[in-house]
Design a protein around this ligand. Structure first.
Ligand SMILES: [Zn+2]
Length: 109
């Protein structure tokens, strides 16, 4: 199975198959009325659609489609931008840390 992309949450991977209607209704229809049961089963079978396992939205497109590729690129750019650059602690921060450390040390004596 090919990889799919959810346009709602950016999930990439396998999708789950969701079916409209309920199994209970299907069984009742089958027991009471054979023909409606058959029609209902066919309708359910034909109404199956791919769904995102993360957000349960049916906004699934093929991951290798041009639209998906663009969304993946945009998401990657967003993720890279979201990572804050690592900065070593400033001299002031180290100084304050030492003072607080000494203060706490005195309190605990
Ligand atoms: Zn999703």
């Amino acid at each position: 199975m090919s990889q799919s992309l959810c346009t709602s949450c950016g999930y990439i991977g396998e999708t789950k198959i969701a079916t409209k209607g309920s199994t209970d209704t299907e069984i009742i229809l089958w027991f009471c009325f054979l023909i409606p049961g058959l029609i209902y089963s066919i309708w359910r079978f034909r109404s199956r659609y791919e769904e995102c396992p993360m957000c349960d939205q049916a906004t699934i497109i093929r991951a290798d489609s041009p639209q998906a590729q663009q969304i993946i690129r945009e998401n990657r750019a967003k993720k890279i931008a979201a990572i804050p650059a690592f900065r070593p602690p400033s001299k002031v921060a180290i100084g304050v840390g030492r003072v607080v450390g000494r203060f706490v040390g005195r309190l605990l004596k």
